[in-house]
Design a protein around this ligand. Sequence first.
Ligand SMILES: [Zn+2]
Length: 447
Amino acid sequence: MTQDLRTAIAALAPRMRDDLERLVRIPSVAFEGFDPGPVRASAEATAEILASAGFADLQLIELPGDHPAVFGRVDGPEGSPTVLLYAHHDVQPSGPEELWDTPPFEPVEKDGRLFGRGSADDKSGIVTHAAALRAFEGHPPVTVKVIVEGEEESSTENLPTLVHGRRDLLTAEVIVVADAGNWRTGQPTLTTTLRGLVDCTLEVRTLELPVHSGAYGGPAPDALVALVRMLATLHDERGNVAIEGLATEPWSGVDYPEDTYRGEAGVLPGVELVGEGPLAERLWTKPSVSVIGIDAPTVHGSRNILVDRARARVSLRIPPSEDPERALSLLMNHLEAVAPWNVRVTLKRGNPALGFAVPTGGPAHRAAREALAEAYGRDVVEVGSGGSIPLIPVLAEAFPSAELLLVGAMDERSNIHAQNESVDLTELARAALAEALLLEQLSNLSR
Ligand SMILES: [Zn+2]
């Protein structure tokens, strides 16, 4: 059977590419201010592709004020388990087109990679799901459901309604989220942790109004100086996060070599990295805090005054299992406690996002490891994600007994959300083979 699937996927390569090119040509940006027409067109194209792959019951799921999601299902043999496949058909805006080497919504192949917005994130996921089903000629060994969301990149507001409101429709024993990817091209990978995210805005006031720094400077504190002193307490002298009480979690997956990290993050030569412990831990399972904006007089046009008020937005990434509400309270308590000179402090909470640690001990995870290893000819590695994916905790909450698998055809060169996004076409075929092999393996799971 493995050989049959391998042969089938190899024969499907041109079809996968056609499907992907068709989808990439549709600028399905679901952001406010963009034409919603193409998002609908991409939902319709997705539905056609999935139907031609053998999915039945295709429907566009529409919530008020929402961009359409696409659902389909195909039944496996009586008593076989149900697997839900996820992807999204909306994309990030292209950003400045002059930064692209080729037009963002015109698929172009170069050196085995297909370039274009959404080629990786996440239209590759749609094509992977379609090809996995085509490999069984539309008759999979398990019941397969597919949900392709239409506003993953722009809004997570409707997501809980989409998932909780359609619980019966979406319910499954295994959920395959094809919106991640491989650590390195050709290296099969499972993403097992996601950090959460909280933020707050801090305002410091010291004076009723700005005043002449010659006439009054010296005794009266300047709000910007007070703010900077407070922000400087967020790290200790080694660069570790110094907010008392935050959890840290150990990391046991792949090692992230420092040189690789420096190169990929673009850290300037000679600039030291901050914090202690293995790099992967600092990136995926420990908290990290940064100041993402400051409101204060700009240098251009600055005058000799004492600054009466200044604001900063502080962003805190938290370990996968940390409670965001608790972390946000710790951050806000810290900032309040370190205010010097009894300055006036006002704190405003941002919207917290949950992290998640994917349970990895179950039978579907074992099956996924085997399927990925077979498809790629290499053992699987585990990586974390420094960012959050709101969908994952929502799915975990709605389907507490389902096993979640986070995979995909993206790799370290996919440049998602940026210019010149691309997917490696060989990687795309391997991802589809892995998914077909996974469906085969899951048919042995008893319900
Ligand atoms: Zn995505």
